[in-house]
Design a protein. Structure first.
Length: 393
């Protein structure tokens, strides 16, 4: 990936490839189902504490990622996934943001624009994120995906879901006659109908705008790989060696908070622990994604099927034979003779003791005595089981 992205030359060494940007987007998308799976598993063990989180998972995840993303944007100038891939966010140079440069016909203008961009980038902190840029980034990192998720869920609910798309209107609710209904009811019904008809087109435009920026970025026609970055005027660049040194220097120069008050000391320790935990997420969350994908592969593989059916294929040994009771009926010498009537067994029936009799003989004896005539085991008429031989009897 690094080799392919650096083929353009040293002038664009800080420009990440489209594959890197898509990879960090996919990583952000995989965090949500991975964390959902972990919480759902533990919610089965501790439903008292986690069932509310499962029921409101989208809101919980949005709040959690708000604090995570805000921490990384303030400390590293990048979102969590961007920082994991060694990327950063910088403010686009306003002087050349909308400049259209033609290398063949406007070489002078190109040189001037490049010089202006270089001079702006050389200013210390000129392209670093401000607090306003962080708020805008959080809006599109957290707010937009949350709204999109809720709108997708609502559309699935009102449109009938996959069944309606496969089988047409058979699975959609019939429209009610709104004649004579209050204005509010009719307005709500019309808005719902408009949403059902229009949302697929809005979603298509949403996806097409992202695809158009992907193509434009791939062919170096735009510095923005996302329409949302264009709206807020932020570009994504690679972190340089200077950026890594600055981060390490900042970590070393961070003064330790000291306080004589016990409450302030506890607060400082908690803040330090939270900051360290957020930094540790760079290791923990990718590991959780790997664990989630591994479980997904495991449950779909043949290894899981073999392991799950290994216990079913094991042969269960037959129970120990119950010996005849001394006070019970003696067993005949031939196995096809009924111990009760001493005739050839007809309509063979077995009791829970394992011995076989004629059905009329066994039924009458159990009904009268409630015991097996040979072993004297307690049994009921419900325990009688008819047997079938090769002749179909």
């Amino acid at each position: 990936m690094e080799f392919m992205s650096n083929l353009g030359g040293g002038a664009q060494a800080d420009r990440p490839s489209l594959f890197e940007l898509i990879a960090q987007d996919k990583m952000r998308e995989m965090l949500e189902p991975a964390l959902r799976y972990v919480i759902a598993v533990y919610a089965q063990r501790y439903p008292r504490y986690l069932i509310r989180i499962v029921n409101r998972y989208e809101e919980f995840y949005a709040v959690l990622m708000f604090f995570v993303e805000r921490h990384y944007l303030r400390e590293y100038g990048a979102s969590f996934a961007e920082n994991f891939y060694g990327l950063k966010r910088v403010r686009a140079p306003r002087a050349v943001k909308h400049a259209k440069v033609n290398i063949d016909d406007e070489s002078v203008a190109s040189s001037a624009a490049a010089a202006a961009a270089a001079s702006m980038s050389a200013l210390p902190g000129s392209n670093k994120l401000r607090e306003r840029d962080i708020r805008k980034s959080l809006l599109f990192l957290i707010g937009l995906p949350y709204v999109k998720c809720k709108m997708d869920e609502y559309y699935e609910k009102v449109s009938g879901g996959e069944a309606a798309r496969l089988f047409g209107d058979e699975f959609t609710q019939e429209e009610e006659d709104l004649t004579g209904q209050p204005l509010g009811v009719r307005t709500k019904a019309m808005a719902l109908k408009l949403f059902k008809k229009g949302y697929p087109f809005v979603n298509a435009l949403y996806q097409l705008s992202i695809l158009a920026h992907y193509i434009g970025y791939l062919y170096n026609k735009t510095p923005y790989y996302s329409p949302w970055l264009r709206l807020i005027g932020i570009e994504v660049k690679r972190m340089s060696a200077t950026d890594y040194r600055d981060i390490q220097q900042k970590a070393r120069n961070t003064p330790k908070r000291t306080s004589n008050s016990l409450i302030e000391s506890v607060q400082n320790n908690i803040l330090g622990l939270l900051s360290g935990s957020l930094d540790f997420l760079k290791v923990l969350l990718p590991m959780s994604i790997f664990f989630f994908k591994f479980l997904e592969w495991w449950y779909q593989s043949d290894y899981y099927r073999k392991a799950s059916t290994a216990g079913d294929s094991a042969e269960v040994p037959p129970p120990a034979r119950v010996k005849p009771h001394p006070e019970g009926l003696p067993l005949p010498r031939e196995a096809n003779i009924c111990p009760i009537c001493l005739k050839t067994i007809t309509n063979p029936t077995a009791l829970s003791s394992g011995y076989v009799y004629c059905y009329p003989c066994a039924h009458k004896h159990v009904e009268d005595h409630g015991r097996c005539p040979v072993t004297l085991m307690h049994c009921r008429t419900d325990d009688l089981r008819k047997l079938y031989n090769d002749a179909g009897m």
